[in-house]
Ligand binder design. Structure first.
Ligand code: ATP
Ligand code: MG
Length: 159
């Protein structure tokens, strides 16, 4: 089914606002270009965005979370950045592994099972997408998801 990813992303952002406000974090959402409709499972897309947004809020103590969606070179790009604790170079290669959590004692006090990102990676893959992250310890983290549209989808009306 063809869905409007901006709509799904906006819903996920709205849902996370309450948790963000409790920590005095601001969430900025920006649709940078027109976005074509995309064949995807809306429920799973929401799971992807919600997991990443929950992480952004959980692992950020001050600053803001920026969410952008754009379309270039036949790909829809979704980016979620935070100004949080960041991830060290030694942890980055393991981050999408099941049950992997950075610094067990610290992470335990913040809750969570370590499954979130492994599920996100699988769901992105199911939709033919790719995910990667850039992070600087103590500065923040950015997750980028790319969904390449099929030729036929490129001719869809833009939303
Ligand atoms: P769950 O998502 O299952 O509730 P979790 O958040 O610990 O638990 P993942 O979402 O898989 O598990 O994340 C794995 C680990 O990666 C986290 O424990 C955390 O240490 C680190 N991490 C994930 N997202 C961020 C982020 N935005 N900033 C800093 N560290 C992060
Ligand atoms: Mg998580």
């Amino acid at each position: 089914e063809k869905i409007d990813l901006t709509h799904v992303l906006e819903m996920a952002v709205n849902k996370i606002q309450i948790k963000a406000e409790e920590k005095r974090l601001t969430v900025h959402y920006n649709q940078e270009t027109d976005i074509p409709l995309f064949v995807a499972d809306g429920y799973r897309m929401e799971q992807i965005f919600t997991n990443l947004l929950e992480n952004a809020v959980r692992y950020t103590e001050e600053g803001s979370i920026k969410v952008t969606i754009s379309y270039h070179h036949s790909s829809i790009r979704i980016r979620i950045s935070d100004t949080g604790i960041g991830i060290s170079d030694k942890d980055i290669p393991h981050l999408f592994d099941r049950f992997y959590r950075v610094d067990k004692s610290r992470s335990r006090s913040l809750g969570g099972t370590g499954l979130g990102l492994s599920i996100v990676k699988r769901l992105v893959g199911v939709h033919g997408g790719r995910i990667h992250l850039d992070s600087v310890e103590g500065k923040g983290t950015t997750f980028t998801i790319l969904f390449l549209l099929l030729e036929e989808e490129n001719h869809n009306e833009k939303v």
